[in-house]
Write a protein of this length. Structure first.
Length: 288
């Protein structure tokens, strides 16, 4: 036997001996561990005991609904539908059924703002005079067509037609003329002219003063402010105006209570019309 073989043989004998020694040394401890495990397995679990129960089986059944028919002899349909209401509380603590968010969106999308109620201004304005106080030649301006003309006492005013020069009867007659000189609070002097003009179209005499605007006391109007700051003056319900791709139609005006109801009808048919109440307090949806 060679030297290396002898060494390998001796090492093998030593390993085998060590293994046998470890086994016989640890065997009692292994047996004790096995006994403890068997003991634990034989003990009953504490708490709620598991029981075998029968699980019900789901059985699906088909059903045939009767054919849907109209509810009356004339073939009309009736449905009973209930939608639970949504309720909000406003800033005053009152219960409301309309979304304040939707109201605010509608209010902001509305192009008009309320300007107020006023008397219709008279379109003829005093512009000056020459001559004497007893026989004045008075200058007027028609603010509707921006045309100027002159008038004499107790003579019906005739003006030439701009295109042809043909005389046109204005239906206006200067009935009286007066001029007074007054002292102002700043010690300056001003001339105040007061005149009366008979208007055949209105069937009455209008008093015009040079220091103040002339209004028609029996004719009122409501004014709306447009997005560009200009004003739309409306005298009666039914008037309408195109603004920003929608038609705004005045549905009603209450001069005494100082409000108007206006409906916005969008040109886009997919957008729902909005009917709003405009007043000094603001813009709110009109009662339906």
């Amino acid at each position: 036997m060679k030297y290396y073989d002898k060494v390998f043989f001796v090492v093998s004998i030593l390993v085998l001996g060590a293994s046998c020694g470890y086994y016989f040394t640890k065997k009692p401890e292994l047996l004790r561990t096995q006994e403890r495990v068997e003991d634990l397995l034989q003990q009953k679990a504490e708490g709620v005991q598991w029981k075998e129960i029968v699980v019900p089986q789901f059985k699906a059944e088909s059903i045939e609904w009767p054919e849907i028919v109209a509810q009356d002899e004339e073939g009309r349909w009736f449905f009973q539908v209930f939608t639970p209401p949504q309720i909000w509380v406003d800033k005053d603590g009152k219960f409301i059924t309309e979304s304040p968010y939707i109201k605010e969106v509608a209010r902001q999308a509305f192009a008009l703002k309320y300007g107020g109620v006023s008397n219709e201004p008279y379109p003829i304005k005093y512009a000056g005079f020459f001559g004497t106080k007893e026989a004045p030649i008075v200058q007027f301006v028609n603010t509707t067509n921006k045309m100027g003309f002159i008038g004499k006492l107790n003579e019906e005013i005739i003006v030439p037609e701009p295109s042809t020069g043909k005389p046109i009867n204005t239906g206006l007659t200067l009935k009286s003329f007066d001029k007074k000189r007054i002292k102002n609070p700043d010690n300056t002097i001003s001339d105040i002219v007061t005149l009366s003009l008979f208007d055949k179209k209105l069937g009455k005499t209008i008093v015009i003063q040079s220091d103040k605007p002339t209004v028609l006391e029996d004719q009122r109007r409501v004014s709306f402010v447009l997005p560009d700051g200009s004003q739309w003056h409306v005298k009666k319900a039914g008037e309408s105006k195109e603004i920003g791709g929608a038609r705004y139609e005045v549905k009603s005006i209450d001069f005494d209570k100082n409000f108007a109801v206006v409906e916005m009808i969008p040109s886009n048919k997919d957008v729902e019309p909005q009917k709003m109440k405009l007043s000094p307090e603001g813009i709110v949806p009109a009662d339906k």
